[in-house]
Design a binder for this molecule. Structure first.
Ligand code: ADP
Length: 448
């Protein structure tokens, strides 16, 4: 078993990892930036080291600083969480060179799975449906040619993209050149890789993703799907499991394809295969090679601790269960509690939290690093917590979530709590009349 884990992250996910390690009786090492000294992950970990100033590039993304702390503290493994260095294949190699286990896939399978264009190729070779699209393009004329075949709109995507960045929708021929140039420039700036490709842009699809886990012995299982269609600007806000749009038959088909994808990529660790669902047709969109923010909804319906399983697998252990052991029960919903003002286009709203009272009770889970007096910093993402509820069915879960949202008190800053209440109370949510453009359409209309 791994002996000591350094957590190369902050916020709620750092706490989630510390909790899993503690249950596995593995000591933890936290790292933090100067302004993060008051963050809960710092006091929760067994040891904590300051690794630099507020800028992520000089702290949470500083590979030399993180490796130095791992070596001096005697950590033999690093958990990257999500974001920051979690999908950086060079970091995986550097960990290896220093004899440190990166808790995640090898750099090779990360490259193969994480690069959208390469992953699409692997899926096509293995008979998994992908959205109609092109290879990497370096001339906007190729976009026009492709669009002639499939029709507008199309979407230009950075092959290294993530977090909703590096994507441009093109509605007609006149927009092609500008969108292409902007996408390349943004990709180069954000991901240091200007490669882009083009896909048919599906109108009003659902975002359905399948949680997968593979061990070092080639065992692969899936834990069913999550529906992440409630998004603003391609970033998820509410996730649920299972999806009301996935029948038992479709679940089996998508699950089998997700397992096939993981095997084709020789992937080890936890990951997510993202699909777009259009009616009964689904298309592979991309693979995320890390634990995701929304992993909790899957944990709630499967009763499988994804983080602990991930750490066990990284230690070289066999998956502790088989596909037949996976039993999905009830329904779970996660609301992302962000320090944002949804009435002003979800503008970040950092600042000091005055009062803080988290909800609780049967089927209620709060994963958060916030507390009364905590200063939400403007330098990092605006997620301050996740409220996850379980119910015996979707309606039971929705009602419990509303009860919990009503009891969640955070004063001093604006949060997405009122937004979630509005959505969960809406007829559209109750009837699941929701697709990936729902929020953007609803709020852009409201702002007009
Ligand atoms: P990221 O890596 O930034 O998360 P994704 O490729 O996962 O980007 O896409 C994020 C979201 O963008 C999807 O959930 C979906 O809402 C939208 N999207 C991406 N590709 C398409 C497409 N071909 N058609 C329609 N929507 C798309």
């Amino acid at each position: 078993m791994i002996k000591k884990v350094l957590i190369a992250n902050r916020g709620e996910i750092a706490i989630r990892i510390i909790r899993a390690c503690r249950e596995l009786q593995i000591p933890t090492v936290a790292v933090y930036s100067e302004p993060d000294a008051g963050s809960l992950h710092v006091s929760y970990a067994d040891e904590a080291y300051c690794i630099g100033p507020k800028e992520s590039s000089k702290s949470y993304l500083s590979i030399p600083a993180i490796i130095s702390v791992a070596l001096t503290s005697g950590a033999d493994a690093i958990h990257p969480g999500y974001g920051f260095l979690s999908e950086n294949a060079d970091f995986v190699d550097i960990c290896k060179e220093h004899g440190i286990k990166f808790i995640g896939p090898s750099s090779d399978s990360m490259n193969k799975a994480g690069d959208k264009a390469t992953a699409r190729k692997t899926m096509i070779e293995n008979g998994i449906p992908v959205t109609p699209g092109t290879d990497i393009i370096d001339d906007p004329k190729e976009i026009k040619k492709f669009a002639k075949k499939v029709g507008y709109p199309v979407i230009i995507k950075a092959t290294a993209g993530g977090g909703g960045k590096g994507m441009r929708i093109v509605n007609n021929e006149n927009e092609v050149e500008e969108a292409f140039n902007l996408c390349q420039t943004e990709a180069l700036k954000a991901f240091n890789n200007k490669d882009v490709y083009c896909e048919k842009y599906l109108l009003n699809p659902r975002h359905i993703e399948v949680q997968v886990i593979g061990d070092s012995r080639g065992n692969v299982v899936h834990l069913g799907e999550r529906d992440c269609s409630i998004q603003r600007r391609h970033q998820k806000l509410i996730e649920e499991a299972p999806s009301v749009f996935v029948s038992e038959k479709l679940r089996k088909k998508m699950g089998d394809d997700a397992v096939k994808a993981v095997k084709a990529l020789k992937y080890e660790g936890v990951g997510t295969i993202e699909f777009l669902l259009d009616g009964e047709n689904y298309y592979f969109m991309e693979m995320n090679t890390r634990v995701q923010v929304e992993h909790c909804v899957t944990e709630m319906i499967s009763m499988i601790d994804i983080l602990k399983e991930q750490i066990r697998i990284a230690s070289g252990m066999k998956l502790s269960f088989s596909q037949d052991d996976v039993e999905l029960k009830g329904h779970a919903i996660e609301c992302r509690i962000n320090a944002e003002d949804h009435e002003r286009n979800f503008m970040p709203n950092p600042g000091k939290i005055g009062g803080y009272v988290a909800p609780g009770g049967f089927g209620v889970r709060v994963d958060s690093h916030a507390y009364a007096g905590y200063d939400v910093l403007p330098y990092y993402d605006s997620l301050i917590g996740k409220l996850i509820c379980w119910g015996k069915d979707r309606e039971d879960c929705r009602k419990r979530m509303l009860m919990a949202l009503n009891q969640y008190v955070i004063t001093g800053i604006k949060t997405t709590i009122p937004f979630h209440k509005e959505i969960l109370n809406s007829e559209d949510f109750i009837k699941s009349k929701i697709d990936t453009s729902y929020i953007d359409n609803k709020y852009s209309k409201a702002n007009k």
